[in-house]
Ligand binder design. Structure first.
Ligand code: ZN
Length: 502
């Protein structure tokens, strides 16, 4: 058994390394690669991805997993070896269900679609992506069908990102959340909007950069095992547990853009940096789901980074960095500016209160497309109608309508959005649990210290990587299932105080 386990680990390490090298090529492409490198880089990435897929679907790996089943069953469920075999089997079984010819067809199509979207979006030309998107929808349905039987056609696609999650769980959860959010949004937006002019002055890049770096260093982001670079769309990527990198973009006329992106991506990276080092090179050395990952970025960006306590400590320091811009701006004005709630069109720029409404629109439209209730040709109009109904504002064009997010144009339709809202819900649930265990956390944040919170996250969430599924982890950490109650309580308390809500 020991030999077989070693062979399994050796095979998994190779697969892991192929993915890591591919990620490194991707990071380079998004940061420093000159435009001339594009064609060769696409070819090289496709090669690595194919090699990794071949190794993952190797029948010899399947036999090894079968041979190891008695050993796995002899261990307690939460033993590391049992988790390793279990998670490896899950990935193997998922991969072999999809024929490699289909994988190649899908990746060829999405690469082509991405290119078309990149041209069509600035030109506001939905017609140029329409037939391609119809093809994407066909392929998405086909992909789901490899996983029959399923309860809902979106379930296999959701499962990919948020293992174990289903439409039958998410739909009622989101329905309840929406029911609670809509009156809060209405009560806030009935009032005059917060003035955020203080954020839209000139803030030189270097000073913005240094301040953000200082903040995430204090959070606990380890620069000996990561780095920060510039890109167009901020992201986190990992090549090993010792190298978890983040990226940002800086707008010298918008102070929030870089600062909150950096906090967000650092939250993702701290999760990965905190995984146990002895999981390195195995499928356990990853965050466990899209939702849990997003909970970690949102926790640091919003619950910590947009809290009044945080700015009690950091605002005088920010004023010292930008005395001409902020010296005369009261802390309360600044705090209101970074928490401005408004009915807006763009998901990525949305505030904490309206953000989930943007996500739910996409989630519902995805389901309608997959169910065959909505035709791609009618998507732009359906998008406008839902924005009008849910947010009281409709996009004047498709550029900022159904073409605004890259997801449907760089992947399949289905499973791409629910993780954002699950993350918001979970961030509040985890934070409430952390504060119940360590009531001093809010006071520590007021003093610019994060060691207790970071230690709790590391101990309870980060270190486990993918050992537990999201629902197992939530149950273990909070003692109960996923719940929207802490999130609603958090929003009511914070925005109730900000906007004097009853
Ligand atoms: Zn994120």
């Amino acid at each position: 058994m020991e030999d077989k386990l070693q062979e399994l680990k050796a095979r998994l390490l190779e697969i892991n390394d192929l993915h890591s090298v591919e990620a490194l090529l991707g990071w380079d492409q998004s940061t420093y690669m000159p435009p001339g490198g594009g064609a060769a880089r696409a070819r090289q990435s496709a090669l690595l991805s194919r090699l990794a897929h071949e190794r993952l679907t190797d029948p010899a790996l399947g036999r090894l997993l079968d041979d190891l089943r008695p050993y796995e069953e002899s261990l307690p469920y939460d033993a590391d070896d049992a988790a390793l075999i279990r998670v490896a089997r899950r990935e193997f079984e998922r991969a072999i269900k999809v024929p490699s010819a289909f994988v190649a067809q899908l990746s060829g199509h999405t690469a082509h679609m991405y290119q078309r979207w990149a041209e069509a979006r600035p030109a506001n030309d939905f017609g140029r992506v329409r037939d391609g998107l119809e093809k994407t929808l066909d392929l998405s349905r086909q992909l789901a069908d490899y996983f029959q039987p399923y309860e809902h056609i979106a379930d296999p696609l959701i499962d990919w990102a948020d293992y174990g999650m289903k439409v039958s769980v998410i739909r009622p959860l989101f329905g309840e959340l929406r029911h609670q959010l809509v009156p809060i949004v209405k009560a806030i937006t009935d009032q005059p909007p917060a003035d955020d002019a203080c954020l839209r002055q000139y803030f030189p890049e270097k000073a913005q950069w240094d301040f953000a770096v200082d903040v995430i260093r204090r959070f606990g982001y380890d620069f000996d095992r990561g780095r920060l670079d510039k890109t167009h769309h901020p992201f986190m990527t990992k090549f090993s547990l010792g190298d978890c990198r983040i990226t940002t973009r800086v707008d010298e006329h918008n102070l929030g853009e870089n600062l909150f992106s950096v906090m967000h991506e650092a939250g993702h990276a701290m999760y990965e940096q905190g995984i146990r080092m002895d999981y390195e090179g195995t499928p356990l050395a990853n965050g466990t789901s899209a939702g849990v990952h997003e909970s970690q970025s949102r926790l640091w960006e919003n619950i910590v980074g947009r809290s009044p306590g945080f700015w009690e400590y950091f605002y005088p320091q920010l004023q010292a960095v930008f005395p001409d811009q902020l010296g005369a701006v009261p802390q309360d004005t600044f705090y209101r500016a970074i928490n401005k709630v408004e009915r807006s069109l763009i998901r990525t720029a949305a505030d904490e209160v309206t953000y989930n409404l943007h996500v739910m629109i996409r989630f519902d439209l995805e389901l309608a497309l997959l169910e065959g209730k909505l035709a791609v040709a009618d998507l732009p109009e359906a998008w406008r109608a839902r924005y009008q109904a849910d947010l009281g504002i409709a996009p004047p064009d498709d550029k900022d309508g159904c073409m605004q997010d890259v997801h449907w144009y760089a992947g399949v339709i289905g499973g791409a959005f629910q993780g954002y809202t699950l993350g918001n819900i979970l961030a509040a649930q985890f934070f409430a649990t952390a504060c119940a265990a360590h009531p001093e956390i809010p006071e520590e944040i007021r003093q610019g210290r994060f060691a207790v919170l970071h230690g709790w996250l590391r101990e309870n969430i980060y270190q486990h990587g993918s050992k537990f599924t999201a629902s197992e982890l939530i149950e273990r950490v909070t003692g109960g299932p996923l719940s929207i109650a802490p999130y609603i309580a958090y929003l009511r308390e914070k925005y109730g105080a900000l906007y004097n809500l009853a």
